[in-house]
Design a protein around this ligand. Structure first.
Ligand code: UDP
Length: 346
C-alpha cells in the first residue's frame, strides 16, 4: 500500500491554508475554465486575488459561466483547443479541459481521447517550459467498474479498453501516465487528483449526468429516468468542496504528487438519489426504468484517507444540502428560460 505522507497542511488547518493560497497573487492557467468545474475554479482563484488565464474551445463549456467575471481585469479568456500546443506563462496550471458527462464524451469519442492525451501532453510541455506546477483533473473512472470498494488510490482498476466509456477512462489513464513520466523524466512538478462524481450550479440542464437529469425532470414534471435497476451506487461531491480540495492540493508540498482521491464518501444508490430529488423538489413525477448503460460501474465510493492526511481535506456539504442549492439553481434557470420563450412567442 502507498505510504501516506503527512505534509505541513495536515497540521496548519484552515486559517493557514487560506493565507497560503491567497498570500502571493499568482498567475494561474485553467484549461477548460469555462466548463462547470473550471468556471467555479476560475471564480475562486479570482476572489483570492490571482490572475487567471482561461483557455477553452467552448465545446461543452459555456461563455455564460464566466460572463459575471469578465469585468475583472485579472481574467483573460483565450479561445483555444488544447489538442493544439500553447505557451502561456504561469505559476500553476489546472488541466480541466475535457467533456465530462457520458453523453458528451461519447458523442465524439476520438475527440475525447485526444483531448485528454494531447491536452495532458500540452499542459505538461507548458509546465516544462515555464516551471509551473501542473495539476491534473483525473477521475474515478480510472477505476472502471471497480472490484474493490471503497476505491483507494493504490487500486489499479477494472476498465474495459474497448467499450463506449473507454475514450474517457483510457484518455484519463493515459494522461496520468504522461504526468508521472514527465515528472520522472523531466522533473515537472505535478499533482494528480481523481475526481468522483461532482455536481452543483452551472451544470448544463442537458448535460446528461444523473443529478442534472433528475433535477430538471422533477422540476418540469417529467418522468425520472433510471438506467437499469437503480441499485448501482455513486458518491456525490458538491462543487465548492471539490474546488477547496484542488486549491489545497495546488499548494501542498512538492512531494505530494498524488494520485489523490477527491470525492464525498457518502454512497447512494441511483434509486435513493431519485427519491431524494423528488422529496426535495416536492415533485409528483414518476420514476421509470430504462435500459442500463453499457459498462456502467455498479459501485463507486472514494477512500479519502489520503486527502485527509495530506491535505487536511474532507467534504463539508451533505448531499441533501448540495441538492437544495442545485435545485434552486436549476429552478431559477428554467424559469429564466421559460420567460425568454414566452417573450419570443409574443
Ligand atoms: N443515470 C440514470 N439516469 C440518468 C442519468 C444517469 O440512471 O438520467 C445513472 C447512470 O447509468 C449511472 C449513474 O446514474 O449509473 C451516474 O451517471 P452519470 O452519467 O451522472 O455519471 P457516471 O458516474 O456514470 O460517469
Amino acid at each position: 500500500m502507498r505510504k501516506v505522507v503527512s505534509g505541513p497542511l495536515s497540521v496548519v488547518g484552515q486559517r493557514e491554508f487560506l493565507k497560503k493560497i491567497s498570500g502571493i497573487p499568482r498567475r494561474v492557467l485553467v484549461t477548460g475554465g469555462s466548463g462547470f468545474l473550471g468556471s467555479h475554479l476560475c471564480e475562486r482563484l479570482l476572489s483570492l486575488g490571482h490572475t487567471v488565464v482561461c483557455i477553452d474551445n467552448f465545446s461543452t463549456g459555456r461563455r455564460e459561466n464566466l460572463a459575471h467575471l469578465t469585468h475583472n481585469p485579472h481574467l483573460h479568456i483565450i479561445d483555444h483547443d488544447v489538442r493544439k500546443p500553447y505557451l502561456i506563462d504561469a505559476d500553476v496550471i489546472f488541466n480541466f479541459a475535457s467533456p465530462a458527462s457520458p453523453p458528451d464524451y461519447q458523442a465524439d469519442p476520438v475527440g475525447t481521447l485526444m483531448t485528454n492525451v494531447l491536452g495532458a501532453l500540452h499542459a505538461l510541455e507548458n509546465a516544462r517550459a515555464t516551471g509551473a506546477t501542473v495539476v491534473q483533473s483525473s477521475t474515478s473512472e480510472v477505476y472502471g467498474d471497480p472490484l474493490l470498494s471503497p476505491q483507494r488510490e493504490s487500486y489499479f482498476g477494472n476498465v474495459n479498453t474497448i467499450g463506449p466509456r473507454a475514450c474517457y477512462d483510457e484518455g484519463k489513464r493515459s494522461a496520468e501516465t504522461l504526468f508521472f513520466d514527465y515528472h520522472r523524466t523531466h522533473g515537472v512538478k505535478i499533482k494528480v487528483a481523481r475526481i468522483f462524481n461532482t455536481y452543483g450550479p452551472r451544470m448544463r440542464p442537458d448535460d446528461g449526468r444523473v443529478i442534472s437529469n433528475f433535477v430538471v425532470q422533477a422540476l418540469l414534471g417529467k418522468e425520472l429516468t433510471i438506467y437499469g435497476d437503480g441499485q448501482q451506487t455513486r458518491s456525490f461531491c458538491y462543487a465548492d468542496d471539490l474546488i477547496d480540495g484542488f486549491l489545497r492540493l495546488s499548494v501542498s508540498p512538492e512531494t505530494c504528487t498524488g494520485p489523490i482521491n477527491l470525492g464525498n464518501p457518502g454512497e447512494f444508490t441511483v434509486l435513493e438519489l431519485a427519491q431524494m430529488v423528488l422529496a426535495l423538489t416536492g415533485s409528483r413525477s414518476r420514476i421509470v426504468h430504462q435500459a442500463a448503460a453499457v459498462d456502467d460501474p455498479r459501485q463507486r465510493r472514494p477512500d479519502i484517507a489520503q486527502a485527509h492526511a495530506e491535505l487536511a481535506w474532507e467534504p463539508k456539504i451533505k448531499l441533501s444540502q448540495g441538492l437544495e442549492r442545485t435545485i434552486a439553481y436549476f429552478d431559477e434557470r428554467l424559469s429564466a428560460d421559460s420567460r425568454v420563450m414566452a417573450g419570443e412567442a409574443v
